[in-house]
Ligand binder design. Structure first.
Ligand SMILES: [Mn+2]
Length: 402
């Protein structure tokens, strides 16, 4: 558990827990940091190739009881555009199907577009799977915003504020971090597929049928002398959910702040199945809250948001009890809730009906809840919502009496 909460994320990003999202937003805006190509590095200490290159050399786990087999959930998969040489890095789940072959579920549209070029040319596509490194690498890898000429590991250099050493792969032109724990060098032969799934998803459900996915053939493994296998379990409550949304939280914070809203923090709680986004803000008028909520629901920075909740700065957005308190005491169902019908729901959301003509897409809706206090413009009313605590709370100290 390296980055499962703001406290740990703050250590990784060298900031304070309350400032993680704002800090990350600033870093992402800086763009790529510096990298340096070196001849070799710690990740080349051990090399296994040919018949020695086997997935069985790594303690790959089964994540959930009914999964189709062991899965790598922590692989930062690197592909390289055959025309431009630009790389893309994304975490794709990898279903181990044999000692040296697997199926990869391509999540990133960036990676998909690159691999499509190889497929159209009937060429084998190299893919390097980077496992285990400083958490900034995993945070950066979960950035899925635009980046034309740089790749996610260069963003890690910005987050670390260091020049990152990279090494070339043994079997391709792909460059990978020289100080990573393990690199799996694989190739995807044109048209080759393997069945992938079932696999329990980020929200605790099995939400897709097994289906053919690109087949990965393992060509070599390089690793550090005493390499550590970093496992990321897909089911809550681990690092997986917080990592998957952290750059998105930062991008939404940036988007809302740029629109002029006074945003304190943004949080996509794992206890909302990643379908709920909470924004903490102070508004001059109620209309600002409604606009910020709608922006959140349709933000391109977010993947899954179905429900958006706005709370004030006296609510702890990391505490589910406090959120329910705000919903209970600050929401007038007649005017503080906006419901939108007929929007596109994501395939994973089992609460929504499938579109019969276009499965796995679903028809859904959105829900916005203003659970803030009355806005700053309504000063007297707002003051009525000042939270009261017990007489002497925080002032009576046990030490004064013993
Ligand atoms: Mn990308």
């Amino acid at each position: 558990m390296l980055v499962c909460d703001r406290h740990r994320q703050a250590i990784a990003l060298k900031t304070t827990p309350g400032n993680v999202v704002a800090h990350l937003a600033k870093m992402i805006n800086k763009g790529p940091g510096k990298t340096r190509l070196v001849k070799t590095g710690p990740v080349k200490a051990k090399k296994l190739s040919g018949k020695q290159a086997l997935f069985t050399k790594i303690p790959i786990c089964i994540h959930s009881p009914h999964d189709g087999g062991p899965y790598i959930g922590s692989g930062m998969c690197v592909v390289r555009d055959p025309d431009t040489g630009h790389q893309n890095v994304a975490i794709h789940r990898i279903h181990i199907k044999g000692p040296s072959h697997a199926a990869v579920s391509l999540f990133s549209p960036h990676s998909k577009a690159i691999l499509q070029k190889y497929a159209e040319r009937k060429q084998s596509a190299p893919m390097a799977v980077v496992i285990g490194h400083h958490p900034c690498f995993e945070i950066a890898t979960n950035y899925f915003g635009p980046h034309d000429t740089w790749h996610e590991h260069e963003l890690a250099a910005t987050l670390l504020d260091e020049t990152i050493e990279m090494v070339r792969c043994e079997h391709s032109d792909i460059v990978v971090p020289a100080h990573a724990e393990i690199i799996l060098e694989c190739e995807i032969k044109p048209g080759a597929t393997e069945m992938e799934g079932p696999f329990a998803e980020f929200h605790n459900y099995y939400a897709s049928e097994p289906s053919p996915k690109p087949r990965l053939d393992l060509k070599s493994i390089t690793m550090r002398k005493d390499a550590i296998y970093r496992h990321l379990n897909a089911t809550p409550y681990t690092d997986h959910q917080p990592l998957a949304v952290l750059p998105s939280e930062a991008r939404l914070f940036d988007q809302l702040t740029r629109r002029g809203y006074q945003i304190n923090d943004v949080f996509i709680p794992p206890w909302g199945g990643l379908f709920v986004t909470i924004i903490q803000m102070k508004a001059l008028v109620e209309e600002q809250v409604r606009e910020a909520l709608l922006t959140t629901l349709f933000s391109s920075a977010l993947l899954f948001t179905k429900i958006a909740i706005a709370v004030d700065d006296d609510i702890d957005i990391y505490d589910a009890q406090d959120i329910i308190y705000a919903l209970g005491t600050r929401v007038n169902p007649v005017k503080d809730i906006m419901q939108i019908h007929g929007t596109q729901g994501i395939p994973y959301d089992l609460s929504l009906p499938l579109i019969p003509e276009a499965p796995p897409w679903r028809t859904g809706g959105k829900l916005a809840i203003d659970a803030t206090k009355p806005p700053l413009a309504k000063k007297a009313l707002r003051e009525k919502f000042t939270r009261v605590n017990k007489q002497g709370w925080g002032k009576v100290l046990l030490e004064d009496y013993i």
